[in-house]
Design a protein around this ligand. Structure first.
Ligand SMILES: C[S@@+](CC[C@H](N)C(=O)[O-])C[C@H]1O[C@@H](n2cnc3c(N)ncnc32)[C@H](O)[C@@H]1O
Length: 305
């Protein structure tokens, strides 16, 4: 078997150019059945060489040093072991903000940006001062993305995991929102007493028992189970959350709740039964109903509009 192009044996024979190295890594990913093989190779080689996309292009004919080759191989092996690139690099872009992630939190998904947009679509005055509550905050991505768009607002993120709250607090500090965001460890809204919440967002665990058993290794082995497991039908967290949303939300306040594929109508029913008025089911970029937006019945426009 020929040596891998990033292995010491291959390097001794003929050091590859960075372009050849990128091709070789992408080929190894392809052979392992990894879908975005070329992009993943570019991200990992770029990270190991501290080069962005443009830097990689201009360095493509250069030969990497032995130290650079040695830095690349462990990252490649982790990806071959089906660890997502974002986990290997410890960061994920969400709403154009750079989030630190670790093993305590869900890797934020692009679909979740629908929740941010769902809130912004219903807030007329972005410069008003709102209190935003994020239940199941994980990395803090929903709360901090909203604070980036609502410059006079403050927020609270709640998570059942202490280490997730630590991660979210770290992100708030890094991204410059520490003075407007605080994080609490607790069970959904039970940790929140007497707050005057104008906007509540949540992306709860909603994977059903059947789906849990069929998840890709990137998700099953690397996202925390408590961030995924929604009980046998996937709706356990919504049942717990619906009455709490009504309790914490002030009259006229807005709730934006992420749902899984096919769950929108069940979640609409649960929220409506608790007295919330459904404003919209917002679709994600793939056209899947992804976010239920609801209002506490009294005077929404005068409260957040
Ligand atoms: C699907 S993840 C969402 C994380 C983040 N908001 C996002 O969108 O990427 C669900 C989060 O809810 C948290 N969680 C699960 N059960 C909880 C509970 N009973 N109370 C508070 N947080 C909970 C998990 O730890 C996890 O961080």
């Amino acid at each position: 078997m020929p040596p891998s192009p990033t292995s010491p044996a291959a390097e001794a024979a003929a050091p590859p150019s960075i372009a050849a190295l990128l091709d070789a890594v992408a080929q190894r990913f392809r052979q392992a059945g990894i879908e975005a093989a070329a992009a993943d190779a570019r991200h990992l080689v770029g990270a190991a060489l501290s080069l962005d996309r443009a830097g990689l292009l201009s360095a493509r004919n250069r030969q990497p040093s032995a130290a650079e080759l040695a830095a690349i191989e462990p990252l490649v092996l982790r990806r071959l072991d089906r660890e997502p690139v974002s986990r290997i690099l410890g960061r994920r872009e969400f709403w154009s903000l750079d989030f630190h992630i670790d093993g305590s939190v869900l890797d934020p998904r692009p679909d979740t940006e629908t929740v941010v947009q769902g809130v912004l679509d219903h807030v007329v005055d972005r410069h008003a001062r709102y209190t935003v509550l994020d239940l199941g905050t994980g990395s803090g991505c929903l709360l901090l993305a909203l604070l980036s768009e609502l410059p006079a607002s403050e927020g609270i993120g709640v998570d059942i995991r202490h280490d997730a709250a630590v991660c979210a607090r770290h992100n708030a500090r890094r991204l410059g929102f520490a003075d407007r965001a605080r994080f609490i460890v607790g069970n959904w809204g039970s940790a929140v007493l007497g707050e005057n919440v104008h906007i509540m967002v949540t992306n709860p665990p909603y994977v059903s028992g059947h789906e849990l058993r069929t998840l890709m290794p990137e998700v099953a082995q690397h996202d925390p189970r408590v961030a995924l497991d929604g009980g046998e039908d996937g709706l356990d967290a919504y049942r717990a959350l619906a009455p709490q949303i009504v309790r914490v939300l002030r009259p006229g306040g807005l709730a934006a709740v992420e749902v899984g594929r096919g769950q929108a109508s069940a979640v609409v029913d649960l929220l409506a039964k608790c007295g919330l008025a459904i404003a919209e089911v917002k679709a994600d970029l793939a056209g899947v109903g992804r976010c239920v937006v609801a209002q506490n019945r009294v005077g929404m426009r005068s409260e957040t509009g």
